[in-house]
Design a protein around this ligand. Sequence first.
Ligand code: ZN
Length: 430
Amino acid sequence: MSVDIGSNLGRDMYDLIVRLFPICRSITGNGVRETLSIVNEFIPLEVHEVPTGTRVFDWEVPKEWNIREAYIKDPKGRRIVDFDNNNLHVVNYSMPVHKKVDLRELKTHLHTLPEHPDWIPYRTSYYNETWGFCIPHTLLEQLEDGMYEVFIDASLSKGSLTYGEYVLPGESGEEVLLSTHVCHPSLANDNLSGIAMLTFLARRLADLPRKYTYRFLFIPGTIGSITWLAQNEASIRHVKQGLVVACVGDSGGPTYKYSRQGDAEVDLAARHVLKHCGRRASLLDFSPYGYDERQYCSPGVNIPVGLFERSKYAEFPEYHTSADNLDFVTAEDLDESFHMILRIVNILENNRKYINQSPMCEPQLGRRGLYDTIGGDKDRARKQMALLWVLNQSDGDHTLLDIAERAGIDFDVVLNAARLLEEAGLVKAA
Ligand code: ZN
């Protein structure tokens, strides 16, 4: 698995985000279908529809929500808020409404962000039947007394929950789960970045030899992972580990939240990649809050699934506001996140143990030309140390990741050393 710097990947991911951005998504409805049909142009997604009312563990698949139009007209009949301009203007899962209300009543249905008066907040009301609008605080301050017309042409009715799944078989039936949420409307980092990331990661992995089977899930947050787990209980035991991917297009972080186990291979791999990524990384202990790792890490499921992000959700000011837009994510940051995740996957794929075939003192590396193969670049000393570390630690007890950690050398360098030593007949895979 090689890492190609300077590709157009970041740009391709960004372009997909631009296409998906205008669509009004929610935990159910046509926005998710439209989103998945666009992803399907890139990878052959299997799209599942689970009917409203289906029991999924302690939950039930909700009614399906769709919205066509919404506005507020001021006392002079001017449209001062229009869903067509920004789909964040309507509280996600609002009930339909069409009536005239006075300013006092209107204000009980308005949401603003006084600390960022020009931004529109993102609000949802999935499990509480109400209606509402989200507007800039500056607009709220300009509203005068009088009667306002509020109109939301939405429907909340029997339908289904839609999710996408893509499985890439590997040599082993053991699976790595890669999961992202698809339920947010026009918000770029949270979480069109995750959708674009898994789409292009799936395309890349499809072209590479794979030890593991990779299962990609594009699901609405919380209810989507609960639904998938409830409908695939028999498959859960095949999933060895996984990652939830979200908020991967901004310039912060990276951030990794450990799985419930905390020391699963994916945790150790992510920790290693973040320590060596050249940025100020944050490693966070597991907590039963956050994205869908909450469900994958519930005690009855207990798959070691970590959360990979750049900035941590809810801690960047733009989070869940209209400022999480196409200016907040960049092709460069998407590209960088892609390669961090690919490095984690690369460790999972190649983290094996070797046995030194010449363990009585050091073998002569110069005689075998091994010092020549590592080149004369500035990394020469580090590569030479990697050869010595792999030879020393390859007693069948230590994985390459153990060796990389103990040596303080990047996994890729250690892996390359092991391959050179294997070609020279000095180590054998255990
Ligand atoms: Zn969110």
